[in-house]
Design a protein. Sequence first.
Lengths: 449, 326
Amino acid sequence: MFRILPTDIFVFILVASSFIFIVSARRREYWRAAWRQVRSNPVAMVSLVVLSLYVSIALLDTVHFVDRKTGATLSLLDWIAAPLREQVERTYSAPFATHQYTKESVETSDGKPTRSYPPLKYGGAHLKNTDSIIEDISKRIVQGTIQGIILAIVLSGLIVGAYHFFSKIFMRDIHSAQKNMISKRAVLTMVKITFAITIPLILLIHLSPYYHILGTDKVGNDVFYRSIKSIRTGLVIGSVTTLIVIPFAIFFGVLAGYFGGIADDIIQYIYSTLASIPSVLLIVSFMLLIELGESLGDIAWRADRRLLSLCIIMGITSWTGLCRLIRGETLKLRELEYVQAALSFGVNRLRILFKHIVPNLMHIVLISFILRFSGLVLAEAVLAYIGIGVDPTMESWGNMINTARLELAREPVVWWNLLAAFFFMFGLVLPANLFGDALRDALDPRLKT
Amino acid sequence: MTVYIIRRCLYAIPIIAGVNLIIFFLFFYVNSPDDMARKILGEKNITQEAIEHWKNEHNYHLPLFINRQVQGLSQFSQTIFFQKSIGLLWFDFGKSDRNNIDIGYQIRRRMKPSLLIALPTFILGILVEITLAMILAYFRRTYIDYYGVILCVIMMSISALFYIIGGQYLFGIVLKLFPISGYVTGVHALKFTALPVLIGIVAAIGGYVRFDRTIFLEEITKDYIRTARSKGLPEEIVLFKHCLKNALIPILTTAVMTIPFLFMGSLLMESFFAIPGLGSFTIDAIQAQDFAIVRSMVYLGSILYIAGLILTDISYTLVDPRIRFD
């Protein structure tokens, strides 16, 4: 039985609107030219692939259903990664460890209690002799790589075949000589990407059910599973926040820029007042107040509602920047010849707005959407540290870093929680920044956001 | 000039009033003092009497805007709005909700450690960023510039938390160059503030160096630079004298825009390094859910930001004589 949580709706809206956007942008030469420029930038394309990996994991994690046996709300990702989710140890264990990280009293065979590192319930449990662990891991890596290569060859064959089949339909308007050149490069890129995704994926399938590849945390949860689950939280905060803001920012920005007068004064007053309150403090005060309200529903529902309110609140504090940009651009567009021409032809002012002004603001919206994204993902971690981030029961990189602080102070140091959060976060924010830069250079190099 | 400064300050008045209203709306209208009392007293099934008692103690029992039970002017002064919000205008912060601490006294006492961290971070940060950006601009279209920009993007993709945790771990625990955390008054305070300042600067480098560099590169393509070159000035003079002066205007603007983030930086920095400043004061209040302190800090933060904006506008006129005063 499927279940839809509050943020799921927004994720679906986001997917639908990006689909509509891509379909309508394909028809405009301005967007197509920008896309050609982005496509020819290898760094941007690699970033795009990494980003789409993250997005697909987040989408898998967005389709929720109620488990019949336990009654818990699970997502498709939970279902796929069931071994990771269910293999819970007692407490800390290092990456690829077969024994616990902390000593415990264990009864030896003759009944005397001794302090030693007990073996893990699941990590490396299939090994008969724990000394053969390196042999076992390398065997699995070799096996996984070979299988990955075979699968990648098959997959890229299929993809290239499909590409050649569909390219007749998609590239009707391109010269045949040019077509050859493009398709050669495109095919090569697609093959590379297929290899880069398939091999690590197969390796993961070979290793992660048998070992905790990033260790376990204090209550024995697999850190790799937690990091993967955090992806959705990070992506939702980074994207839904801006999605909520966009309609308001466009509405007020255009209103202020196009109609001017009192509307402009009022809107400018509102956003400069809101912008005067440091955003962290504004978020803090909103979140403290929201905590006061009674919360209904089960754990999953409450955690998700808190995530949504965090998005809304971060949206309220961050719409001013986008609004200011849009107002400035509208002021500029209003004076351009084609808008003046439309006006002198007697075109309705509302029609001018929707036909000539709003479509030409879209590049600003898109650029700030992507450039804001990474800032929001980073802000989530800071808010979690202050104690007003997402629900503590919800997996997020911020929560992971927050708990990792205490783990660094203990002896011996537990480092894998922090490192896992670091790399997963870095792996999302860096491509987002690089892709955003490339997109900005293609769309509007002079825009400073 | 004086007229300009006065007018600029007058513009700030409606903004301050707006901030005050927003804070009042958030803290007293969105949720009632009853909710706050329940949170502070912290028990599930708490009697209405206890709530009333707490409200009486903290002056939250008054009506929001107009008190109809009394006569004359005190109809307005005997209200929550007057007692809790108007007082903020002349920095009368009142007492905290939890332990009846005098907030104003705490703020005055904690101002100095905060400034000792925030000011050096801000000023040294700008100097370091501009220098690095100019080096990148000087070596434009070389590998130094190319890899420098990549390094900047990498650095800005790392959360500030990692800089703090990593820096504290590396310099405090492994190398033992600085004390891990704490604070003393007097000259020895430097020992404790050096590491937070250093980390604060490093954490901000990525984004701002990259931004400043684009400003320099934009300035370099202008006509007066070509003139300067064609009259035979060496590239160093062109860049470090002519270009720098003009690029300072947009750079200063963005620098001031970072003032609120400076506040956020000190929130983290002070709480990680256990420095008794405003940031750690705020974090403690947030974690203890002391609304009176949070409210005061929100207001103070906004005032600092507005003051920062006025200061930039004034500093413009010093940097750029072309800026008109009307």
